[in-house]
Design a protein around this ligand. Structure first.
Ligand code: ZN
Ligand code: ZN
Length: 347
């Protein structure tokens, strides 16, 4: 049976400011950060604000010089990954807004709006990088990859169909299922791309772009955590939704997602890129699928795969743990040199 999910009222003068539940509850819709229904909302708000950055801070001049020195295979992977990320972040902006409409609590709506704003900045960074490195015509082409590249088409369709069910027929079940796809999008489908950029950075290549990727990675970690919290709270309030069938859905969806991500990894990285072996990348993807399922509170879909096989990457991606000095230092050198343009004046 499908449980209906209701949109938040614009104003409800008979309801408390603090919502009575996460969805299908009542709230006046007044936002008081000191009186929110979930004690994690305000700390999350502070962390999301603390991440604030814009592409304007990043000086691209070094990357502009280096891009033409990359191998043809590296250049192609670079552009295809940017093309992929551009699609994912565009859809994500819209999806966040749609979910926000159904969250009863005004503070969670606020968090989703900040999340959506960060996705807009991610998209800006792709335009910023491309307009620095390639011609306008090439940039247009990259923004078409999502429908012109067959490997991308099948991968993207998978997530989009997951979102579409909720967008077209919102229910508690379709919302929960869409969050599983969200965690795949933000917590798994970005990761081969991240690995590629971090590998470039550790070889002192395209450090400005990789710095932006690191900032995006840092934002995405908070986004995954926010959606996981919302997911768990909905399941807590609607325990009847946690059926054997739903558990099966989570597991099979992650297995399918991992296979699509591995296929994509073979396409862009394969064994063509120095520093990343396909065997490690495959294990890395399965490891992350396991991590995300555990975060959601479900069993691990892949036996074994309990450790990150690409240890070197942890220093780059765990920005929250204060270990990404590499980028922090780099970005400090890069920032403020010229915060107005992308360094074109140095060409
Ligand atoms: Zn994003
Ligand atoms: Zn995100």
């Amino acid at each position: 049976m499908k449980i209906k999910v209701n949109k938040r009222a614009l104003m409800d003068d008979g309801a408390p400011n603090k919502s009575t539940s996460i969805i299908n509850g009542r709230s006046s819709n007044i936002l008081n950060w000191d009186d929110t229904a979930f004690n994690w909302a305000y700390p999350k708000y502070k962390r999301m604000l603390g991440n604030f950055w814009t592409p304007f801070e990043i000086n691209m001049s070094q990357d502009i010089k280096q891009f033409s020195q990359l191998t043809e295979i590296e250049q192609e992977a670079f552009l295809k990954i940017i093309g992929l990320l551009a699609l994912l972040d565009s859809i994500q902006t819209d999806y966040a807004g749609r979910v926000a409409d159904y969250l009863t609590d005004s503070s969670l709506n606020a968090l989703m709006i900040i999340l959506a704003q960060q996705e807009v900045i991610h998209n800006h960074s792709y335009s910023y990088v491309l307009s620095s490195l390639v011609t306008a015509k090439k940039q247009e082409e990259v923004f078409e990859f999502w429908r012109s590249e067959p490997v991308l088409v099948s991968r993207n369709e998978f997530v989009m169909n997951g979102y579409k069910d909720f967008a077209e027929q919102p229910s508690v079940e379709s919302l929960l299922k869409s969050i599983v796809f969200d965690v795949i999008l933000e917590g798994l489908f970005f990761y081969s791309g991240f690995a590629f950029f971090y590998n470039l950075a550790r070889n002192q290549k395209m450090v400005a772009t990789s710095t932006m990727i690191n900032y995006i990675n840092r934002d995405e970690q908070l986004h995954v955590d926010l959606f996981v919290k919302i997911f768990q709270e909905i399941l807590r309030e609607f325990p009847e939704c946690r059926t054997a069938e739903f558990e099966q859905f989570v597991s099979s969806t992650f297995i399918k997602a991992a296979s699509l991500e591995i296929e994509w990894g073979k396409h862009i990285i394969g064994d063509k890129i120095d520093g990343i072996s396909m065997k490690d990348l495959e294990a890395y993807i399965k490891f992350y699928a396991n991590v995300r399922c555990s975060q959601l509170g479900f069993g691990k879909p892949f036996e074994g795969y309990r450790q990150n096989p690409m240890k070197w990457i942890a220093a780059y991606e765990d920005a929250d743990k204060g270990r990404s000095d590499f980028f922090e230092q780099k970005s400090r050198q890069y920032t403020k040199i010229n915060s107005v343009d992308n360094g074109f004046d140095e060409l």
